[in-house]
Design a protein around this ligand. Structure first.
Ligand code: ZN
Ligand code: ZN
Length: 167
């Protein structure tokens, strides 16, 4: 029995419930809107979305949906409503979009994990994981990557752990 792995799976379950531990530093995601696909970015400077609404107002239902979905993990104030924005319609859309998670595909993201012992950096890029914890170093999977898989589900492309026990 792989007790080390069993412990990490238990920890991942717990972490997925304790989302305040997680902070999104950046993300790059595709968003399938009602009419078009858009690219959403988050980095230290803030959000960006390629949709016309965002380009005009600096806020849009796609970003608002992400703010709902990732709520305790963003650690930043929601974008303020803008003059000229159709707030009623955008709030309604954001609510609906945040329940239709098949619209969202993450291409990459980087999170900081406030773990039980120390902070860790976990990232995902085009199906590949990375984490700076020692368990990941030897096993290519860890409680942090597994917690993110639980949280984001089908919003990330399931990546098979690379040679978890083959060496
Ligand atoms: Zn948008
Ligand atoms: Zn890790």
């Amino acid at each position: 029995m792989d007790y080390g792995m069993i412990g990490k799976i238990e920890k991942a379950k717990r972490y997925a419930q304790e989302r305040k531990r997680i902070t999104f530093n950046n993300l790059d995601a595709q968003f399938r809107g009602d009419h078009n696909n858009y690219q959403m970015l988050l980095n230290a400077e803030g959000w960006n979305c390629t949709c016309p609404g965002y380009q005009a107002h600096g806020i849009c239902p796609h970003v608002m949906a992400m703010e709902r979905l990732l709520r305790p993990m963003l650690k930043r104030e929601p974008l303020p409503y803008a003059v000229g924005q159709n707030v009623v319609s955008d709030v309604e859309k954001a609510k609906r979009y945040s329940e239709e998670t098949d619209r969202i595909q993450f291409a990459s993201f980087d999170v900081t994990f406030d773990g039980e012992n120390s902070a860790h950096h976990t990232s995902y890029h085009d199906g590949a994981w990375d984490c700076d914890c020692s368990f990941f170093h030897s096993r290519h999977v860890c409680s942090h990557t597994m917690a993110m898989e639980r949280i984001l589900g089908s919003m990330i492309t399931a990546a098979a752990p690379v040679a978890a026990n083959g060496r």
